[in-house]
Design a protein around this ligand. Structure first.
Ligand SMILES: [Cu+2]
Length: 538
C-alpha cells in the first residue's frame, strides 16, 4: 500500500504533516496553538492514496440502500434483526473488497420508522471483534445508546469482557469499566424514537476502535417520519434521496486501506503518526459507490445528506455543465426540520452532520448534468457525484415557507449553568492524544453531571477541526466566534463543526432519560484517541 499526503489546495507536504500531527507541532515542536491556527487549514487529517486503478467519475449508478423489513411487531413495537458480518463486495468496478457490514451491505439496510413508534433491533455479531451499536441522533435510553464499553462479543470470545477499556497494552492502566454491560453474540437495542422526524444513522461505537470499524463498513441509515412532515408536500418517493457521503482508500489487494496500529483491531488502538489528525481517503463514495451518477426527473428533489466520513469535511456545491450553480435549499438539520428554508450556494458539512436539502433540476435541460462538488477537495476528491436529468416531468411538490413551529427556543436566561470545554491535542498515556478539557476519555470518570430537565450553555473551543457531538439531546448554536451562528448552524443540531481556533456556544435542555451518555468529537480518529467524555444525567 502506497501512502501519500496530498490533501488541501496548495498545502505543502510539510504543512500537511503538521496538520495531521497537530500535536507534533503544538506539543513537541513547541509551536504555539495560535501560530498553528493562523494557517486555518481547510482540512484536518492526512490522505491515503489508493493502490488500485480508480474508475472515472459519474459512471457507477447511485445505489439506494435497501429498506429493512421488520421481522414482526408486538405491543406496538416493530422488531428488526441485523447480522453484522464480513462480506466481499464490489465497490470499485472489478475489484473485490472485504467489508464489515450490517446485513451484508454497505451502507447497511435503512430502517424507516414513525415518530413515537418504538423499534427493537436485535444485532447479532458474527464479526471477529466485539461491536457496539449507536443510533446517532437517537433519543435513546442509556441501556440502548451504545456506550463504548457495552460490548457485544463474538461467540466464544468471553475473555474479552474484561478487556473493555483503552487497550491495556496501550499504557492506559485502570481503564476497565465496571459499569459495562457486556453480552455475547446478540443484543437487543430498543429505540423509542419519541423525537422530531429526521435522518439518523447507526454505526459502530466500540471503545478505541470506532474509526476503523466505520471505515470497514459499519454504518447505516435510520429515517424517522411523522404525519406533519408528510403533509408538507416535500419531494418524496423516488425524488427523496438519502446520500451517505464517505471517503475511503483501497490497498493493492482491493481491501480498504487504513493505517491502524493493530490491523486486527483488537489490542492496540490508534493510527500511525501522519494520520493522527484523521484519516482521509482519495475515493469519494456516495451510498457506497464511487463518484456515482443518478438519473433524475427535471423536478425538485430532496437530498438527505449525511457526511459519514471519518474526518473529511466538505463544502458542497451543485454545478451544471455550463457552470451555473444551483441553489441548495436547506429544509432540515441534524435533528429535523428548520423553522424556514435557508438557501445555500455552498454547503459546509462536517463528519456526522446531516443536511436536508431541496434541489430543483427543472431548469436543467434534458440530458444535462449537475455535479455535486466538494470545494474543499482537490484532484479526484473535488468530485462527489452527479445527477443526469433524464426527462421532463410534472412536479407538484412544495417547499413551504414555514417548515416547523416546534423548535425549542431556549434562552440564555434559561440556563442553570455555563460550562467551558476545550477540544485540543495533548498527551495521553505517554503518546499522542486528543483531549477534552485537558483529559483523555476514561469511562470511570464523571466529566459532566447534570440534572434531568436542566438547561445549560456550553462554550466549546477547538484547536483544529472538531465536530462536537452530544448523545441524547439536540441543541441550538447560540454563537460562533463571538458572532451570530452561520446559516448552516440553523435548526436543531446534534453535531456542531468547530473550525481551527474557533469557539462556539450551544444551548440545550437535558431531557428524555437519565443515565450515562457521552459527548465527543466525531472526527472518528480523534474519538478513538481520547476525545470523548461522560455525560451523566441524574
Ligand atoms: Cu476532533
Amino acid at each position: 500500500m502506497r501512502e501519500h499526503h496530498d490533501e488541501g489546495r496548495g498545502l505543502t507536504r510539510r504543512r500537511m504533516l503538521g496538520i495531521g500531527g497537530a500535536l507534533g507541532l503544538t506539543a513537541a515542536a513547541g509551536l504555539s496553538v495560535s501560530a498553528a491556527l493562523a494557517r486555518r487549514p481547510p482540512v484536518t487529517g492526512a490522505q491515503l492514496r489508493s493502490a488500485v486503478p480508480l474508475p472515472p467519475p459519474f459512471r457507477v449508478p447511485l445505489p439506494i440502500p435497501p429498506v429493512l423489513d421488520p421481522v414482526g411487531a408486538s405491543g406496538g413495537t416493530d422488531r428488526y434483526e441485523i447480522t453484522q458480518r464480513e462480506v466481499s463486495a464490489e465497490i470499485l468496478p472489478g475489484v473485490r473488497t472485504p467489508l464489515w457490514t450490517y446485513g451484508g451491505t454497505f451502507p447497511g439496510p435503512t430502517i424507516e420508522s414513525r415518530r413515537g413508534r418504538p423499534v427493537t433491533v436485535t444485532h447479532r455479531n458474527e464479526l471477529p471483534v466485539p461491536t457496539v451499536v449507536h443510533l446517532h441522533g437517537g433519543r435513546t435510553p442509556a441501556a440502548s445508546d451504545g456506550y463504548p464499553t457495552d460490548l457485544v462479543l463474538p461467540r466464544g470470545r468471553q475473555e474479552r469482557s474484561m478487556h473493555a477499556g483503552h487497550g491495556s497494552g496501550h499504557g492506559m492502566p485502570g481503564m476497565r469499566d465496571p459499569r459495562a454491560v457486556v453480552t455475547e453474540l446478540t443484543r437487543d437495542y430498543t429505540f423509542p424514537l419519541d423525537q422530531r422526524p429526521t435522518l439518523l444513522w447507526y454505526h459502530d461505537h466500540r471503545m478505541d476502535f470506532t474509526a476503523p470499524a466505520i471505515w470497514r463498513g459499519l454504518a447505516g441509515l435510520h429515517i424517522v417520519r411523522d404525519d406533519a412532515e408528510d403533509a408538507l408536500g416535500l419531494p418524496a418517493g423516488p425524488r427523496e434521496l438519502p446520500l451517505m457521503i464517505t471517503d475511503r482508500a483501497f490497498a493493492a489487494d482491493g481491501g480498504l486501506a487504513y493505517p491502524a496500529l493493530d490491523p486486527a483491531l483488537r489490542e492496540r488502538p490508534g493510527v500511525r503518526d501522519p494520520y493522527l489528525g484523521g484519516v482521509l481517503g482519495d475515493v469519494i463514495l456516495v451510498n457506497g459507490a464511487p463518484w456515482p451518477v443518478h438519473e433524475v426527473d427535471a423536478a425538485r428533489h430532496r437530498l438527505r445528506i449525511l457526511n459519514a466520513s471519518n474526518a473529511r469535511h466538505y463544502e458542497l456545491e451543485a454545478v451544471t455543465d455550463d457552470g451555473r450553480r444551483l441553489d441548495l435549499v436547506q429544509i432540515g438539520a441534524d435533528q429535523g426540520l428548520l423553522a424556514a428554508p435557508v438557501t445555500h450556494r455552498l454547503l459546509p458539512t462536517a463528519p456526522a452532520e446531516r443536511h436536508d436539502v431541496i434541489i430543483d433540476f427543472s431548469g436543467v435541460p434534458v440530458g444535462g448534468r449537475v455535479r455535486l462538488l466538494n470545494r474543499l477537495g482537490s484532484g479526484r476528491t473535488r468530485d462527489v457525484m452527479a445527477f443526469r436529468v433524464a426527462r421532463r416531468a410534472a412536479d407538484d411538490s412544495r417547499v413551504p415557507r414555514v417548515l416547523s413551529t416546534d423548535l425549542p427556543a431556549w434562552r440564555r436566561s434559561d440556563a442553570v449553568r455555563v460550562r467551558d470545554l476545550s477540544f485540543r491535542a495533548g498527551r495521553m498515556g505517554g503518546g499522542h492524544g486528543w483531549l477534552i478539557g485537558g483529559l483523555p476519555f476514561d469511562p470511570a470518570r464523571s466529566d459532566v453531571t447534570t440534572r434531568l430537565g436542566d438547561v445549560e450553555v456550553w462554550r466549546l473551543v477547538a484547536d483544529v477541526h472538531h465536530p462536537v457531538h452530544l448523545h441524547l439531546v439536540g441543541f441550538r448554536v447560540l454563537s460562533r466566534g463571538g458572532r451570530p451562528p452561520l446559516p448552516h448552524d440553523a435548526g436543531l443540531k446534534d453535531t456542531v463543526s468547530l473550525r481551527p481556533g474557533e469557539s462556539a456556544e450551544i444551548i440545550t435542555r437535558f431531557d428524555g432519560y437519565r443515565g450515562r451518555y457521552l459527548f465527543h468529537c466525531h472526527n472518528a480518529e480523534h474519538e478513538d484517541m481520547g476525545m470523548m467524555a461522560n455525560l451523566e444525567i441524574v
